[in-house]
Design a binder for this molecule. Structure first.
Ligand code: UT7
Length: 310
């Protein structure tokens, strides 16, 4: 094995369904208000009516285009999702067919941290010998939302983001951390044929602690200090959670890339959606140090420190 072999992100993409649901529209049927949702979550609107597999395919195709690759170049596609349309096969099977991918395909269910888990696992697969891995986070949670429950209906939306990871001699993934606490699986779950159930306050509390510890461990493993981080790419669950994480880690809040106002919480889609937004608008530049941080149902969490390369 080449000790210098590593992976870099060679392309990014994202996709959101066309239909937009504003806070004001939600307040027409729920005992809530635009002001409450903005103030307590940072969300202004969310996209709904998406299909997990279709959004994954669209985001994946855009990431391939950005990398200058096609499906025949891809050794493996990983779709992080909790909302595949069928119990089997996974959403990755649809992406595999639509993008005519040559290699393997599988889903990864680690809820909102799934994309960061996928990124770390893709890096390991590339170190082990693969050349290109497509990692997608895609979730359509609108069909699983109880639209009469104001504690969850205000939060979730549909969306997807994707990256291509490609082999290189200068590893981009400098440090990472993964973790879980299965004893907390009752605070955020969805049963078959049911809707999302969540103890919001408890998720909030545990999320801040988990990300603080996990992101700290990833930075330690990478040998970097919080003030060296150029951009924090956090899971977009609640602006107040991100503010609290920034404060505890010692990272300026204006270094956090936020898309939550537009997207709501898109679960596995949220980290790659934010990453792509900042790549697309030119904020992320070669040499920048990124800290990706996901957390969610499980509870599960994952953090990664990435040096951005051209
Ligand atoms: O991907 C990971 C998944 N999820 C998360 O990360 C979510 C984490 N949790 C949260 O984001 C927040 O806990 C929520 C946004 C879900 C709730 O915000 P909160 O500030 O924790 O509200 P709360 O549950 O402590 O409720 C405060 C008050 C209560 O009223 P009283 O008892 O003080 O009179 C609630 O009944 O706000 C009320 N409330 C609402 N009012 C208007 C709760 N939800 C709403 C609402 N609109 N949608």
């Amino acid at each position: 094995m080449n000790p210098l072999r590593g992976a870099r992100i060679s392309g990014t993409g994202s996709d959101l369904p066309d239909k937009i649901l504003s806070n004001a529209e939600l307040a027409e049927t729920l005992d809530t208000s635009d002001a409450w949702i903005r103030e307590r979550t940072g969300i202004e609107r969310r996209h709904v009516g998406g299909s997990t597999a279709t959004m994954a395919t669209n985001a994946g195709r855009r990431a391939l285009d950005a990398a200058g690759l096609t499906g025949v170049d891809i050794d493996l596609v990983i779709v992080a999702t909790t909302s595949a349309e069928q119990m089997m096969p996974g959403a990755a099977a649809v992406v595999h067919a639509e993008l005519e991918i040559r290699g393997g395909a599988h889903d990864l269910n680690a809820a909102c941290s799934g994309f960061v888990y996928g990124l770390i696992e893709a890096d390991s697969m590339i170190v082990a010998g693969l050349d290109h891995v497509l990692v997608i986070g895609s979730d359509a949670l609108s069909p699983w939302t109880d639209w009469t429950d104001r504690s969850t209906a205000i939060l979730f939306g549909d969306g997807a983001g994707a990256v291509v990871m490609s082999a290189c001699d200068e590893p981009s993934l400098l440090g990472w951390d993964i973790g879980a606490d299965g004893t907390a699986r009752h605070i955020l779950f969805t049963d078959h044929n049911d809707t999302i159930k969540m103890d919001g306050r408890e998720v909030f509390r545990k999320a801040v602690r988990a990300v603080m510890e996990s992101a700290g461990a990833a930075m330690d493993n990478a040998g970097v200090e919080p003030e060296e981080i150029t951009w924090l790419i956090p899971h977009q669950a609640n602006t107040r959670i991100v503010d609290s994480i920034c404060e505890k880690l010692g990272i300026d809040t204006d270094k956090a890339v936020m898309v939550i106002a537009e997207t709501g919480n898109t679960s596995a889609g949220s980290v790659p959606l934010a990453l792509h937004a900042a790549v697309d608008d030119g904020r992320i530049k070669p040499g920048d140090l990124l800290l990706l941080a996901g957390f969610g149902s499980g509870m599960s969490w994952a953090s990664a420190v990435v040096r951005w390369q051209e």
